[in-house]
Design a protein. Structure first.
Lengths: 290, 311
Protein backbone atom coordinates (compact mmCIF):
# COMPACT_ATOMS: atom_id res chain seq x y z
CA UNK A 1 0.00 0.00 0.00
CA UNK A 2 1.73 3.14 -1.20
CA UNK A 3 0.29 6.34 0.10
CA UNK A 4 0.77 9.45 -2.03
CA UNK A 5 -0.51 11.53 0.82
CA UNK A 6 2.28 10.25 3.03
CA UNK A 7 4.84 10.94 0.31
CA UNK A 8 3.59 14.49 -0.25
CA UNK A 9 3.75 15.14 3.48
CA UNK A 10 7.24 13.68 3.65
CA UNK A 11 8.47 15.83 0.77
CA UNK A 12 7.02 19.03 2.23
CA UNK A 13 8.47 18.22 5.63
CA UNK A 14 11.79 17.45 3.92
CA UNK A 15 11.89 20.79 2.13
CA UNK A 16 11.20 22.60 5.39
CA UNK A 17 13.89 20.53 7.10
CA UNK A 18 16.22 21.40 4.22
CA UNK A 19 15.82 25.11 4.85
CA UNK A 20 16.85 24.51 8.44
CA UNK A 21 19.78 22.32 7.36
CA UNK A 22 20.96 25.22 5.19
CA UNK A 23 21.09 27.42 8.28
CA UNK A 24 23.08 24.73 10.09
CA UNK A 25 25.55 24.31 7.22
CA UNK A 26 26.24 27.95 6.32
CA UNK A 27 28.87 28.36 9.02
CA UNK A 28 30.83 25.29 8.04
CA UNK A 29 30.36 26.18 4.36
CA UNK A 30 32.17 29.41 5.09
CA UNK A 31 34.85 27.93 7.34
CA UNK A 32 35.51 24.61 5.62
CA UNK A 33 34.27 25.37 2.13
CA UNK A 34 35.92 28.74 1.64
CA UNK A 35 38.72 28.91 4.20
CA UNK A 36 39.66 25.21 3.98
CA UNK A 37 39.76 24.91 7.77
CA UNK A 38 38.43 21.54 8.88
CA UNK A 39 36.54 22.84 11.89
CA UNK A 40 34.88 19.64 13.08
CA UNK A 41 33.99 21.47 16.29
CA UNK A 42 31.31 23.43 14.37
CA UNK A 43 28.44 21.14 15.51
CA UNK A 44 29.53 21.67 19.11
CA UNK A 45 29.17 25.44 18.62
CA UNK A 46 25.73 24.73 17.16
CA UNK A 47 24.72 22.89 20.34
CA UNK A 48 26.29 25.65 22.41
CA UNK A 49 24.00 28.07 20.55
CA UNK A 50 21.03 25.84 21.27
CA UNK A 51 21.81 25.83 24.99
CA UNK A 52 22.35 29.61 25.01
CA UNK A 53 18.86 29.99 23.53
CA UNK A 54 17.53 27.49 26.06
CA UNK A 55 18.98 29.39 29.02
CA UNK A 56 17.66 32.77 27.81
CA UNK A 57 14.27 31.22 27.04
CA UNK A 58 13.79 29.35 30.30
CA UNK A 59 15.19 32.10 32.54
CA UNK A 60 13.78 35.24 30.91
CA UNK A 61 11.20 33.89 28.48
CA UNK A 62 13.09 35.39 25.56
CA UNK A 63 12.07 34.27 22.08
CA UNK A 64 14.59 31.66 20.88
CA UNK A 65 15.29 33.42 17.57
CA UNK A 66 15.91 36.73 19.32
CA UNK A 67 18.17 34.91 21.78
CA UNK A 68 20.05 33.35 18.89
CA UNK A 69 20.56 36.76 17.29
CA UNK A 70 21.51 38.31 20.63
CA UNK A 71 24.29 35.80 21.10
CA UNK A 72 25.86 36.25 17.66
CA UNK A 73 28.41 38.88 18.84
CA UNK A 74 29.54 36.58 21.66
CA UNK A 75 29.95 33.68 19.23
CA UNK A 76 31.71 35.94 16.74
CA UNK A 77 34.32 36.83 19.37
CA UNK A 78 34.62 33.18 20.41
CA UNK A 79 35.22 32.21 16.80
CA UNK A 80 37.79 34.96 16.33
CA UNK A 81 39.71 33.77 19.41
CA UNK A 82 39.58 30.12 18.28
CA UNK A 83 40.87 31.07 14.85
CA UNK A 84 43.73 33.14 16.30
CA UNK A 85 44.84 30.18 18.45
CA UNK A 86 44.51 27.86 15.46
CA UNK A 87 46.47 30.21 13.25
CA UNK A 88 49.25 30.80 15.76
CA UNK A 89 49.64 27.16 16.68
CA UNK A 90 49.11 25.31 13.41
CA UNK A 91 48.44 27.28 10.24
CA UNK A 92 51.50 29.48 10.53
CA UNK A 93 53.71 26.44 11.07
CA UNK A 94 52.12 24.51 8.24
CA UNK A 95 50.84 21.77 10.53
CA UNK A 96 47.15 22.36 10.04
CA UNK A 97 46.29 18.99 8.52
CA UNK A 98 47.00 16.53 11.32
CA UNK A 99 47.29 18.56 14.49
CA UNK A 100 44.75 21.18 13.51
CA UNK A 101 42.18 18.48 13.03
CA UNK A 102 42.98 17.00 16.42
CA UNK A 103 42.77 20.48 17.95
CA UNK A 104 39.21 20.97 16.72
CA UNK A 105 38.28 17.46 17.73
CA UNK A 106 39.46 18.30 21.24
CA UNK A 107 37.39 21.50 21.28
CA UNK A 108 34.32 19.54 20.16
CA UNK A 109 34.87 17.17 23.01
CA UNK A 110 35.46 19.91 25.60
CA UNK A 111 32.27 21.76 24.65
CA UNK A 112 30.18 18.60 24.63
CA UNK A 113 31.41 17.32 27.98
CA UNK A 114 31.19 20.77 29.59
CA UNK A 115 27.57 21.06 28.47
CA UNK A 116 26.70 17.63 29.80
CA UNK A 117 28.33 18.49 33.13
CA UNK A 118 26.39 21.75 33.37
CA UNK A 119 23.00 20.63 32.06
CA UNK A 120 23.09 16.84 32.42
CA UNK A 121 21.86 14.52 29.73
CA UNK A 122 18.16 15.45 29.95
CA UNK A 123 16.47 16.65 26.78
CA UNK A 124 16.01 20.44 26.79
CA UNK A 125 13.54 22.44 24.74
CA UNK A 126 12.29 26.01 24.35
CA UNK A 127 8.86 27.60 24.62
CA UNK A 128 7.36 30.18 22.28
CA UNK A 129 3.80 31.00 21.30
CA UNK A 130 4.10 29.88 17.70
CA UNK A 131 6.01 26.62 18.20
CA UNK A 132 3.02 24.34 18.74
CA UNK A 133 0.86 25.81 15.93
CA UNK A 134 0.42 24.45 12.44
CA UNK A 135 -1.53 25.14 9.25
CA UNK A 136 -3.21 22.65 6.97
CA UNK A 137 -2.89 22.94 3.19
CA UNK A 138 -5.18 20.38 1.58
CA UNK A 139 -4.13 17.40 3.67
CA UNK A 140 -0.54 18.52 4.03
CA UNK A 141 0.22 19.73 7.50
CA UNK A 142 2.84 22.44 7.97
CA UNK A 143 3.88 22.99 11.54
CA UNK A 144 5.36 26.31 12.54
CA UNK A 145 8.04 24.45 14.41
CA UNK A 146 9.56 23.60 11.01
CA UNK A 147 8.28 26.53 8.96
CA UNK A 148 9.90 29.25 11.08
CA UNK A 149 13.41 27.67 11.13
CA UNK A 150 13.12 27.08 7.38
CA UNK A 151 12.24 30.72 6.69
CA UNK A 152 15.02 31.95 8.98
CA UNK A 153 17.42 29.55 7.27
CA UNK A 154 16.53 30.85 3.82
CA UNK A 155 16.88 34.42 5.08
CA UNK A 156 20.31 33.60 6.52
CA UNK A 157 21.37 32.05 3.22
CA UNK A 158 20.23 35.14 1.33
CA UNK A 159 21.96 37.46 3.79
CA UNK A 160 25.24 35.57 3.57
CA UNK A 161 25.02 35.48 -0.21
CA UNK A 162 24.50 39.23 -0.40
CA UNK A 163 27.27 39.81 2.14
CA UNK A 164 29.77 37.76 0.14
CA UNK A 165 28.76 39.20 -3.22
CA UNK A 166 28.19 42.86 -2.40
CA UNK A 167 30.26 44.04 0.55
CA UNK A 168 33.96 44.78 0.77
CA UNK A 169 34.64 42.23 3.49
CA UNK A 170 32.52 39.61 1.75
CA UNK A 171 34.50 39.98 -1.44
CA UNK A 172 37.72 39.90 0.54
CA UNK A 173 36.64 36.55 2.03
CA UNK A 174 35.98 35.20 -1.46
CA UNK A 175 39.39 36.50 -2.49
CA UNK A 176 41.22 34.93 0.45
CA UNK A 177 39.70 31.58 -0.43
CA UNK A 178 41.04 31.85 -3.97
CA UNK A 179 44.47 33.34 -3.58
CA UNK A 180 45.83 34.42 -0.26
CA UNK A 181 49.11 35.75 -1.63
CA UNK A 182 47.36 37.90 -4.21
CA UNK A 183 45.15 39.40 -1.51
CA UNK A 184 48.25 40.31 0.47
CA UNK A 185 49.66 42.06 -2.59
CA UNK A 186 46.44 44.08 -2.82
CA UNK A 187 47.21 45.45 0.63
CA UNK A 188 44.69 43.47 2.67
CA UNK A 189 45.67 41.30 5.60
CA UNK A 190 44.55 37.72 4.87
CA UNK A 191 44.71 36.71 8.52
CA UNK A 192 42.36 39.53 9.52
CA UNK A 193 39.94 38.58 6.75
CA UNK A 194 40.05 34.93 7.78
CA UNK A 195 39.46 35.86 11.42
CA UNK A 196 36.35 37.79 10.36
CA UNK A 197 35.12 34.92 8.20
CA UNK A 198 35.71 32.36 10.94
CA UNK A 199 33.90 34.58 13.45
CA UNK A 200 30.92 34.94 11.13
CA UNK A 201 30.86 31.17 10.64
CA UNK A 202 30.71 30.57 14.38
CA UNK A 203 28.17 33.38 14.84
CA UNK A 204 25.93 31.64 12.31
CA UNK A 205 26.03 28.58 14.59
CA UNK A 206 24.48 30.65 17.38
CA UNK A 207 21.34 31.43 15.39
CA UNK A 208 21.25 27.96 13.81
CA UNK A 209 21.47 26.44 17.29
CA UNK A 210 18.42 28.45 18.38
CA UNK A 211 16.56 27.04 15.36
CA UNK A 212 17.74 23.53 16.22
CA UNK A 213 16.29 23.58 19.73
CA UNK A 214 13.00 24.88 18.28
CA UNK A 215 12.68 21.87 15.97
CA UNK A 216 13.54 19.16 18.45
CA UNK A 217 14.75 18.76 22.04
CA UNK A 218 18.52 18.83 22.42
CA UNK A 219 21.04 16.92 24.49
CA UNK A 220 24.79 17.68 24.53
CA UNK A 221 25.63 14.70 22.31
CA UNK A 222 23.23 15.87 19.57
CA UNK A 223 26.28 17.47 17.93
CA UNK A 224 27.43 14.08 16.63
CA UNK A 225 24.33 13.76 14.46
CA UNK A 226 25.17 17.03 12.76
CA UNK A 227 28.83 16.38 11.92
CA UNK A 228 27.83 14.18 9.01
CA UNK A 229 24.97 16.38 7.86
CA UNK A 230 27.04 19.55 7.85
CA UNK A 231 29.94 18.08 5.95
CA UNK A 232 27.69 16.12 3.59
CA UNK A 233 25.85 19.32 2.66
CA UNK A 234 29.05 21.33 2.30
CA UNK A 235 30.77 18.73 0.12
CA UNK A 236 27.64 18.05 -1.91
CA UNK A 237 26.95 21.75 -2.28
CA UNK A 238 30.36 22.32 -3.82
CA UNK A 239 32.54 23.55 -0.97
CA UNK A 240 31.48 27.05 -0.10
CA UNK A 241 29.00 27.78 -2.86
CA UNK A 242 26.17 29.45 -0.92
CA UNK A 243 23.43 28.58 -3.40
CA UNK A 244 24.79 25.05 -3.66
CA UNK A 245 24.61 24.71 0.11
CA UNK A 246 20.89 25.55 0.07
CA UNK A 247 20.16 23.09 -2.75
CA UNK A 248 22.19 20.31 -1.13
CA UNK A 249 20.51 20.99 2.22
CA UNK A 250 17.05 20.64 0.66
CA UNK A 251 18.07 17.42 -1.14
CA UNK A 252 19.35 15.94 2.10
CA UNK A 253 16.27 17.09 4.02
CA UNK A 254 13.88 15.50 1.52
CA UNK A 255 15.80 12.21 1.31
CA UNK A 256 16.06 11.99 5.09
CA UNK A 257 12.39 12.80 5.55
CA UNK A 258 11.31 10.16 3.03
CA UNK A 259 13.58 7.57 4.66
CA UNK A 260 12.21 8.44 8.09
CA UNK A 261 8.60 8.20 6.88
CA UNK A 262 8.90 4.90 5.04
CA UNK A 263 11.69 3.03 6.83
CA UNK A 264 11.69 4.53 10.32
CA UNK A 265 13.61 7.46 11.82
CA UNK A 266 16.56 5.32 12.94
CA UNK A 267 17.70 5.08 9.31
CA UNK A 268 17.59 8.79 8.51
CA UNK A 269 20.98 9.50 10.08
CA UNK A 270 22.66 6.82 7.97
CA UNK A 271 21.34 8.60 4.88
CA UNK A 272 23.33 11.77 5.46
CA UNK A 273 26.51 9.87 6.20
CA UNK A 274 25.88 7.50 3.31
CA UNK A 275 25.43 10.46 0.97
CA UNK A 276 28.59 12.00 2.39
CA UNK A 277 30.61 8.82 1.82
CA UNK A 278 29.24 8.44 -1.70
CA UNK A 279 29.86 12.10 -2.51
CA UNK A 280 33.41 11.91 -1.18
CA UNK A 281 34.17 8.70 -3.04
CA UNK A 282 32.55 9.55 -6.38
CA UNK A 283 32.51 13.29 -6.76
CA UNK A 284 34.53 15.15 -4.12
CA UNK A 285 33.95 18.48 -5.87
CA UNK A 286 30.21 18.20 -5.15
CA UNK A 287 27.22 18.84 -7.36
CA UNK A 288 28.10 22.47 -7.87
CA UNK A 289 31.87 22.26 -7.74
CA UNK A 290 33.87 25.30 -8.60
CA UNK B 1 67.38 -10.27 13.69
CA UNK B 2 69.00 -10.75 17.09
CA UNK B 3 67.46 -7.52 18.40
CA UNK B 4 64.02 -8.61 17.28
CA UNK B 5 64.37 -11.74 19.41
CA UNK B 6 65.47 -9.64 22.36
CA UNK B 7 62.33 -7.51 22.09
CA UNK B 8 60.13 -10.59 21.82
CA UNK B 9 61.84 -11.90 24.93
CA UNK B 10 61.20 -8.63 26.77
CA UNK B 11 57.57 -8.90 25.69
CA UNK B 12 57.34 -12.39 27.13
CA UNK B 13 58.82 -11.17 30.40
CA UNK B 14 56.12 -8.45 30.56
CA UNK B 15 53.40 -11.05 29.99
CA UNK B 16 54.95 -13.31 32.65
CA UNK B 17 55.00 -10.39 35.09
CA UNK B 18 51.33 -9.83 34.29
CA UNK B 19 50.52 -13.48 34.96
CA UNK B 20 52.39 -13.20 38.24
CA UNK B 21 50.33 -10.10 39.10
CA UNK B 22 47.19 -12.02 38.13
CA UNK B 23 48.04 -14.76 40.61
CA UNK B 24 48.67 -12.24 43.40
CA UNK B 25 44.94 -11.66 43.94
CA UNK B 26 45.15 -8.00 44.86
CA UNK B 27 42.00 -5.86 44.85
CA UNK B 28 39.88 -7.16 41.89
CA UNK B 29 39.31 -3.60 40.69
CA UNK B 30 42.98 -3.43 39.71
CA UNK B 31 42.39 -6.06 37.01
CA UNK B 32 39.16 -4.44 35.97
CA UNK B 33 40.82 -1.06 35.46
CA UNK B 34 44.03 -2.63 34.16
CA UNK B 35 42.09 -4.32 31.37
CA UNK B 36 40.76 -0.95 30.16
CA UNK B 37 44.23 0.62 30.23
CA UNK B 38 45.76 -2.31 28.30
CA UNK B 39 42.89 -2.17 25.82
CA UNK B 40 43.81 1.46 25.22
CA UNK B 41 47.45 0.47 24.70
CA UNK B 42 46.27 -1.75 21.83
CA UNK B 43 43.90 0.91 20.45
CA UNK B 44 46.42 3.75 20.66
CA UNK B 45 49.15 1.62 19.10
CA UNK B 46 46.84 0.53 16.30
CA UNK B 47 45.73 4.09 15.60
CA UNK B 48 49.31 5.29 15.58
CA UNK B 49 50.37 2.85 12.84
CA UNK B 50 48.09 4.68 10.43
CA UNK B 51 47.87 8.12 12.06
CA UNK B 52 51.33 8.60 13.53
CA UNK B 53 53.49 6.76 10.99
CA UNK B 54 51.38 7.33 7.88
CA UNK B 55 49.73 10.67 8.70
CA UNK B 56 46.16 9.57 7.98
CA UNK B 57 43.93 10.64 10.88
CA UNK B 58 41.29 8.02 11.59
CA UNK B 59 38.26 9.32 13.51
CA UNK B 60 36.45 6.04 12.97
CA UNK B 61 38.21 4.03 15.67
CA UNK B 62 34.87 3.12 17.30
CA UNK B 63 33.74 1.51 14.03
CA UNK B 64 36.69 -0.90 14.01
CA UNK B 65 36.55 -1.58 17.72
CA UNK B 66 32.81 -2.23 17.65
CA UNK B 67 33.12 -4.37 14.54
CA UNK B 68 35.51 -6.61 16.46
CA UNK B 69 33.14 -6.67 19.43
CA UNK B 70 30.06 -7.42 17.34
CA UNK B 71 31.84 -10.10 15.31
CA UNK B 72 32.48 -11.74 18.66
CA UNK B 73 28.83 -11.31 19.64
CA UNK B 74 27.68 -13.02 16.43
CA UNK B 75 30.09 -15.91 16.92
CA UNK B 76 29.03 -16.32 20.53
CA UNK B 77 25.39 -16.33 19.44
CA UNK B 78 26.01 -18.78 16.61
CA UNK B 79 28.23 -21.36 18.23
CA UNK B 80 29.69 -20.20 21.54
CA UNK B 81 33.09 -19.89 19.89
CA UNK B 82 36.10 -19.89 22.25
CA UNK B 83 37.95 -16.63 22.99
CA UNK B 84 40.98 -17.18 20.69
CA UNK B 85 38.60 -17.74 17.75
CA UNK B 86 36.72 -14.54 18.67
CA UNK B 87 39.93 -12.53 18.75
CA UNK B 88 41.20 -13.79 15.40
CA UNK B 89 37.79 -13.46 13.72
CA UNK B 90 37.17 -9.99 15.17
CA UNK B 91 40.58 -8.90 13.97
CA UNK B 92 40.08 -10.30 10.47
CA UNK B 93 36.66 -8.70 9.95
CA UNK B 94 38.00 -5.31 11.09
CA UNK B 95 41.05 -5.83 8.88
CA UNK B 96 38.68 -6.17 5.89
CA UNK B 97 37.06 -2.86 6.79
CA UNK B 98 40.56 -1.41 7.13
CA UNK B 99 41.41 -2.63 3.64
CA UNK B 100 38.23 -0.91 2.45
CA UNK B 101 39.18 2.47 3.91
CA UNK B 102 42.65 1.88 2.48
CA UNK B 103 41.18 1.98 -1.00
CA UNK B 104 39.30 5.12 0.05
CA UNK B 105 42.68 6.87 0.42
CA UNK B 106 43.06 6.63 -3.35
CA UNK B 107 40.58 9.49 -3.66
CA UNK B 108 40.52 11.06 -0.24
CA UNK B 109 43.42 12.65 1.50
CA UNK B 110 43.89 14.67 4.65
CA UNK B 111 40.70 16.12 6.05
CA UNK B 112 38.39 14.36 3.63
CA UNK B 113 39.72 10.98 4.69
CA UNK B 114 39.15 11.82 8.36
CA UNK B 115 35.60 12.98 7.76
CA UNK B 116 34.87 9.84 5.75
CA UNK B 117 36.05 7.62 8.63
CA UNK B 118 33.81 9.57 11.00
CA UNK B 119 30.90 8.98 8.62
CA UNK B 120 31.77 5.30 8.42
CA UNK B 121 31.43 4.97 12.17
CA UNK B 122 27.93 6.44 12.18
CA UNK B 123 26.75 4.35 9.22
CA UNK B 124 28.00 1.18 10.89
CA UNK B 125 26.37 2.14 14.19
CA UNK B 126 23.03 2.71 12.45
CA UNK B 127 23.27 -0.72 10.83
CA UNK B 128 23.99 -2.40 14.16
CA UNK B 129 21.13 -0.50 15.84
CA UNK B 130 18.78 -1.88 13.19
CA UNK B 131 20.09 -5.44 13.38
CA UNK B 132 17.94 -7.35 15.85
CA UNK B 133 20.06 -10.52 15.86
CA UNK B 134 22.82 -8.76 17.82
CA UNK B 135 20.37 -6.99 20.09
CA UNK B 136 19.65 -3.81 18.10
CA UNK B 137 19.59 -0.61 20.10
CA UNK B 138 18.48 -2.41 23.27
CA UNK B 139 21.73 -4.33 23.46
CA UNK B 140 22.43 -7.96 24.15
CA UNK B 141 23.69 -9.78 27.19
CA UNK B 142 26.50 -12.28 26.82
CA UNK B 143 27.12 -15.14 29.23
CA UNK B 144 30.75 -15.79 30.04
CA UNK B 145 31.84 -19.40 29.56
CA UNK B 146 32.19 -21.12 32.91
CA UNK B 147 35.59 -22.01 34.25
CA UNK B 148 38.36 -19.82 32.81
CA UNK B 149 41.80 -21.50 32.52
CA UNK B 150 42.94 -19.73 35.70
CA UNK B 151 41.79 -17.17 38.26
CA UNK B 152 38.39 -15.63 37.79
CA UNK B 153 37.23 -14.44 34.38
CA UNK B 154 38.24 -10.79 34.74
CA UNK B 155 41.76 -11.80 35.80
CA UNK B 156 41.91 -14.14 32.81
CA UNK B 157 40.75 -11.40 30.41
CA UNK B 158 43.29 -9.02 31.94
CA UNK B 159 46.09 -11.47 31.14
CA UNK B 160 44.78 -12.04 27.60
CA UNK B 161 44.63 -8.27 26.99
CA UNK B 162 48.16 -7.90 28.33
CA UNK B 163 49.40 -10.46 25.82
CA UNK B 164 47.49 -8.68 23.03
CA UNK B 165 48.97 -5.33 24.07
CA UNK B 166 52.50 -6.72 24.03
CA UNK B 167 51.81 -8.28 20.63
CA UNK B 168 50.44 -5.01 19.22
CA UNK B 169 53.43 -3.03 20.48
CA UNK B 170 55.85 -5.57 18.98
CA UNK B 171 54.08 -5.31 15.63
CA UNK B 172 54.25 -1.51 15.75
CA UNK B 173 57.90 -1.59 16.73
CA UNK B 174 58.70 -3.99 13.89
CA UNK B 175 56.88 -1.79 11.35
CA UNK B 176 58.61 1.33 12.61
CA UNK B 177 62.09 -0.14 12.23
CA UNK B 178 61.55 -1.81 8.85
CA UNK B 179 61.36 -0.27 5.37
CA UNK B 180 57.58 -0.13 5.81
CA UNK B 181 57.93 2.43 8.59
CA UNK B 182 60.34 4.54 6.56
CA UNK B 183 58.03 4.35 3.56
CA UNK B 184 55.04 5.44 5.67
CA UNK B 185 57.07 8.32 7.11
CA UNK B 186 57.94 9.38 3.56
CA UNK B 187 54.31 9.46 2.49
CA UNK B 188 53.32 11.25 5.69
CA UNK B 189 55.75 14.04 4.92
CA UNK B 190 54.95 14.33 1.22
CA UNK B 191 52.87 11.77 -0.58
CA UNK B 192 53.54 13.05 -4.12
CA UNK B 193 57.27 13.21 -3.56
CA UNK B 194 57.30 9.70 -2.05
CA UNK B 195 55.37 8.35 -5.02
CA UNK B 196 57.82 10.00 -7.40
CA UNK B 197 60.77 8.48 -5.55
CA UNK B 198 59.34 5.02 -6.13
CA UNK B 199 57.77 4.41 -2.72
CA UNK B 200 54.83 2.02 -3.29
CA UNK B 201 52.41 4.39 -1.56
CA UNK B 202 49.18 2.50 -2.27
CA UNK B 203 50.56 -0.82 -1.03
CA UNK B 204 51.93 0.84 2.09
CA UNK B 205 48.67 2.61 2.81
CA UNK B 206 46.66 -0.58 2.32
CA UNK B 207 49.06 -2.40 4.62
CA UNK B 208 48.79 0.31 7.30
CA UNK B 209 44.98 0.56 7.21
CA UNK B 210 44.59 -3.23 7.24
CA UNK B 211 46.98 -3.90 10.10
CA UNK B 212 45.57 -0.95 12.06
CA UNK B 213 42.04 -2.25 11.49
CA UNK B 214 43.10 -5.75 12.51
CA UNK B 215 44.56 -4.59 15.82
CA UNK B 216 41.52 -2.43 16.60
CA UNK B 217 39.25 -5.42 15.94
CA UNK B 218 41.44 -7.57 18.17
CA UNK B 219 41.06 -5.01 20.94
CA UNK B 220 37.29 -5.11 20.56
CA UNK B 221 36.79 -8.88 20.35
CA UNK B 222 37.08 -9.67 24.12
CA UNK B 223 34.85 -6.66 24.90
CA UNK B 224 31.53 -8.64 25.05
CA UNK B 225 32.97 -11.00 27.68
CA UNK B 226 34.41 -8.07 29.60
CA UNK B 227 31.21 -6.05 29.87
CA UNK B 228 28.79 -9.02 29.46
CA UNK B 229 26.18 -6.60 28.13
CA UNK B 230 26.86 -4.99 24.75
CA UNK B 231 24.91 -1.95 23.58
CA UNK B 232 25.78 0.03 20.44
CA UNK B 233 26.28 3.18 22.54
CA UNK B 234 29.05 1.59 24.57
CA UNK B 235 30.75 -0.26 21.71
CA UNK B 236 30.68 2.84 19.45
CA UNK B 237 31.49 5.29 22.26
CA UNK B 238 33.13 8.52 21.16
CA UNK B 239 35.61 7.94 23.99
CA UNK B 240 37.43 5.47 21.77
CA UNK B 241 37.76 7.96 18.96
CA UNK B 242 39.08 10.66 21.28
CA UNK B 243 41.38 8.46 23.32
CA UNK B 244 42.73 6.66 20.25
CA UNK B 245 44.14 9.90 18.93
CA UNK B 246 44.68 11.73 22.23
CA UNK B 247 46.92 9.04 23.69
CA UNK B 248 49.47 8.90 20.83
CA UNK B 249 49.32 12.70 20.50
CA UNK B 250 50.09 13.14 24.20
CA UNK B 251 52.76 10.45 24.25
CA UNK B 252 54.35 11.24 20.90
CA UNK B 253 53.43 9.85 17.50
CA UNK B 254 56.76 9.09 15.87
CA UNK B 255 57.78 6.15 18.06
CA UNK B 256 56.05 3.01 19.30
CA UNK B 257 56.75 4.21 22.84
CA UNK B 258 54.54 7.29 22.45
CA UNK B 259 51.16 5.53 22.34
CA UNK B 260 52.20 3.24 25.18
CA UNK B 261 53.24 6.15 27.40
CA UNK B 262 50.11 8.09 26.44
CA UNK B 263 47.77 5.15 26.99
CA UNK B 264 49.25 4.23 30.36
CA UNK B 265 49.33 7.83 31.63
CA UNK B 266 45.97 9.00 30.29
CA UNK B 267 44.30 5.64 30.87
CA UNK B 268 45.45 5.48 34.50
CA UNK B 269 44.46 9.10 35.08
CA UNK B 270 41.02 8.37 33.65
CA UNK B 271 40.53 5.31 35.81
CA UNK B 272 41.58 7.23 38.93
CA UNK B 273 39.36 10.18 38.04
CA UNK B 274 36.40 7.87 37.39
CA UNK B 275 36.70 6.41 40.87
CA UNK B 276 37.55 9.56 42.79
CA UNK B 277 35.75 12.36 40.92
CA UNK B 278 33.29 11.50 38.17
CA UNK B 279 33.35 9.83 34.81
CA UNK B 280 32.46 12.83 32.65
CA UNK B 281 35.01 15.02 34.38
CA UNK B 282 37.76 12.60 33.40
CA UNK B 283 36.74 12.95 29.76
CA UNK B 284 36.85 16.72 30.12
CA UNK B 285 40.37 16.47 31.48
CA UNK B 286 41.41 14.35 28.49
CA UNK B 287 39.96 16.93 26.11
CA UNK B 288 41.74 19.83 27.80
CA UNK B 289 45.06 17.95 28.03
CA UNK B 290 44.74 16.94 24.37
CA UNK B 291 44.20 20.51 23.20
CA UNK B 292 46.98 21.77 25.48
CA UNK B 293 49.38 19.20 24.05
CA UNK B 294 48.65 19.80 20.36
CA UNK B 295 49.00 23.55 20.91
CA UNK B 296 51.97 23.65 23.31
CA UNK B 297 53.87 20.38 22.84
CA UNK B 298 53.13 19.10 19.34
CA UNK B 299 55.73 16.34 19.65
CA UNK B 300 54.14 14.92 22.79
CA UNK B 301 55.92 13.75 25.92
CA UNK B 302 58.65 12.02 23.89
CA UNK B 303 59.33 15.34 22.14
CA UNK B 304 59.54 17.14 25.49
CA UNK B 305 62.01 14.57 26.80
CA UNK B 306 64.08 14.86 23.62
CA UNK B 307 64.12 18.64 23.93
CA UNK B 308 65.29 18.43 27.54
CA UNK B 309 68.08 16.04 26.61
CA UNK B 310 69.33 18.12 23.70
CA UNK B 311 71.75 20.82 24.86
Amino acid sequence: MFSWDLLANAVVAGVLLGGFYAAVSLGIGLIFGLLDIANIAQPAFLILGAYAAYVMNSAYGLDPILAGIAFTPVFYLLGAVVYRVYYGSFERRGQESLRGLVFFFGILFIIEVSLSRKFGVDYRLVQAGYIGKSIDLGGIGISFRYLVPCLVGVAMTLALYLFLARTFYGRAIMAVSQDQAALRLMGADPIRIKTIAFGIGIAAASLAGALLIMIAPVIPSTDRDYIGRMFAITVLGGMGSIGGTLVAAVILGVVESIMATFFGPSWSLAVSFGILLAALAVRPSGLFGR
Amino acid sequence: MRRAWVSVLIGLVVVAAGVALASLRVNPYVYFAGYVILQYVVIATAWNILGGYGGYVNFGTPAFFALGAYTAVVLIQLMKAPLPVLIVAGGLVSALLGLGIGYLTLRLRGTFFSIATLALSVVLQTMIINWEYVGGSRGISVIRPSGPPFGNYVVFLFTVMLALAVGAVLVARFIERSWIGRGLAALRDNEEAAECMGVPTLRLKLFATTISGFLLGVAGAPFPYYVTFVVPDSAFALDYAVNALAMPMIGGTTSWMGPVIGAVLVGTAQQLATVTISSDLNLLIVGVVLVAFVVLAPEGILGLVRRLRAP
